[in-house]
Every structure is written in structure tokens, then in C-alpha cells.
Design a protein around this ligand. Structure first.
Ligand code: KIV
Length: 268
């Protein structure tokens, strides 16, 4: 039976049914098609694109134009998976109006079905403004990479009691505001478990242990396509970079030796 389009209510119901949720990042049409066909629930057009596609050292220089472009070409795959666009640094932090306008662009220009933004209770007003426009919002707590300079690097968050309490309070405030799920990044597993048990909405973990309602990974990490660095929480399910290199070496060799193009690839 063909799978039917996954919606925001479907994601919330999965938690109620205790069904694990899967999310992967996607940045373009071909990968979005494959990931959707494989059965992933949500495609996150993450601002990690700035690192794993554009080669920048962090996500801070990602722009609205870049993110809308990636979101639109992911949506063009017409995935069964829910498409979530990631709001880049300084696209929502300044005011409710800015947040709503830019979230609206993700939907009207990027064809996103939801947006994600980083940060806790301090952005409740911005989250509410986006929700008032009818745009579902996914939260993101813990190691929020857009605050990398404040954290002094990509470090596990919520280790001491005060920080753990702030994360829990932030999550509850965001749930009350109406977010439909929350990414927990680099949070101790025990704390992520407590947060997951305290919330009615799903938690999607990345480096947050096995008890979150779902998991997310950066697809080029999972596929072994991004080799600059690999965080501890990544499991590599394939190593495609050397396979691609081998295929391209064969192509170069066949062009040089005249083996390609052969009869079957020539028009007559
Ligand atoms: O940008 C991204 O890919 C993300 C995930 C790591 C959750 O925010």
C-alpha cells in the first residue's frame, strides 16, 4: 500500500502510540526522493547545509536565500515525509514580525510544511507569532549550533543542575506555546529521558540517548559523505565517499582509454 503524506498531527500521534520517529536532513531533490522512499518520517532542511554542503566551519553564515533554495528543491521531490525548514541565524531573533515574515517565506517560497528554530523560552513571542500564521514550529534545545560562540565550542549542554532545569523549563514553555516537537541536541541521556517523559509532544534526539521519541542525524554523516569531522553521536551506516571516488576514477580512466563512450551510448 502506498504511504500517505505525513503531517504534523501524525508526528504527535506517533508519540501517543509509542512509535519511534525518524528524521534525517536533506538538502536537495535526489536525496529527498531517496530518503522519502526509504520511509523516513521527517526531512529537516537543516542549516547544517552551510557546513556539509557549502563547506563553511559553522552554520552562522547561512542565509534565508540559501535555506529557502534548499527547502524548495527538497519539497520538489514531493516527499511523503514532512518537510521542515530550519530558520537560519538572525532570521527570527530580532522580533515577532521578523520571525513570522521569514517563517512565511519558508512556506510560500520554500514550500516547507513546518519550520524549526533554535532557542528556548526567550523566543516564545517569536514562536507564537509564527504559529498565529498557521505555520507549525519545531523547537531545538541543548547544543544549539547558532550559539556556538556563547558555548565556546560544540559541547554537551545541561550537565549541571541549573542548566538541566533551564532546559526542562524551556521545553515545557515551548510546549505550552504550541510547538509540535523539540530537537534535543547533545543533552545527557538521563536528562533527555526525563524531558521526554515530562512532555506530551515528541522529542527528537541527536546525541541525546535512546529514550527520546525519535532520532535525527545529518544525512552526509550517516552515509559517510562528509569526512571533515564526525561527532561521537554519529553512526555511519555506509561509507559512500570512497565508493564515489572509485567510480569517478573508473570514469576518468575509461574516458582516457577510449572505453567510454561505447556503442550503447552513441546516437546514430
Ligand atoms: O541543522 C541541522 O541539521 C540540525 C540538526 C542537527 C538537528 O539542526
Amino acid at each position: 500500500m502506498p504511504r500517505t503524506k505525513i503531517t504534523v498531527p501524525d508526528i504527535i500521534q506517533k508519540k501517543q502510540r509509542r512509535e519511534k520517529i525518524t528524521m534525517l536532513t536533506a538538502y536537495d531533490f535526489p536525496m529527498a526522493s531517496i530518503l522519502s522512499k526509504a520511509g523516513v518520517d521527517m526531512l529537516l532542511v537543516g542549516d547544517s547545509a552551510n557546513m556539509v554542503v557549502a563547506g563553511e566551519p559553522n552554520s552562522l553564515t547561512a542565509t534565508m536565500e540559501q535555506m529557502i533554495y534548499h527547502t524548495r528543491i527538497v519539497a520538489n521531490a514531493l516527499p511523503v515525509s514532512l518537510v521542515v525548514g530550519d530558520m537560519p541565524f538572525m532570521s527570527y531573533q530580532l522580533s515577532s514580525q521578523q520571525a513570522a515574515e521569514n517563517a512565511g517565506r519558508f512556506v510560500s517560497e520554500g514550500k516547507a510544511e513546518a519550520v524549526k528554530l533554535e532557542g528556548g523560552a526567550e523566543f516564545i513571542k517569536e514562536i507564537e507569532a509564527i504559529l498565529r500564521c498557521g505555520i507549525p514550529v519545531m523547537g531545538h534545545l541543548g547544543l544549539t549550533p547558532q550559539s556556538v560562540h556563547k558555548f565556546g565550542g560544540f559541547k554537551v549542554q545541561g550537565r549541571d543542575e541549573a542548566a538541566a532545569k533551564k532546559l526542562m523549563d524551556d521545553a515545557l514553555a515551548m510546549q505550552d506555546a504550541g510547538v509540535f516537537s523539540i530537537v534535543l541536541e547533545c543533552v545527557p541521556a538521563e536528562l533527555a529521558k526525563k524531558m521526554t517523559e515530562s512532555l506530551d509532544i515528541p522529542t527528537i534526539g541527536i546525541g541525546a540517548g535512546p529514550d527520546c521519541d525519535g532520532q535525527v542525524l545529518v544525512t552526509p554523516d550517516l552515509l559517510g559523505l562528509f569526512e571533515r569531522f564526525t561527532p561521537k553521536f554519529v553512526k555511519r551506516y555506509a561509507h559512500l565517499a570512497p565508493l564515489i571516488e572509485e567510480a569517478v576514477k573508473t570514469y576518468i580512466d575509461e574516458v582516457k582509454t577510449g572505453k567510454f563512450p561505447s556503442e550503447e551510448h552513441i546516437y546514430k
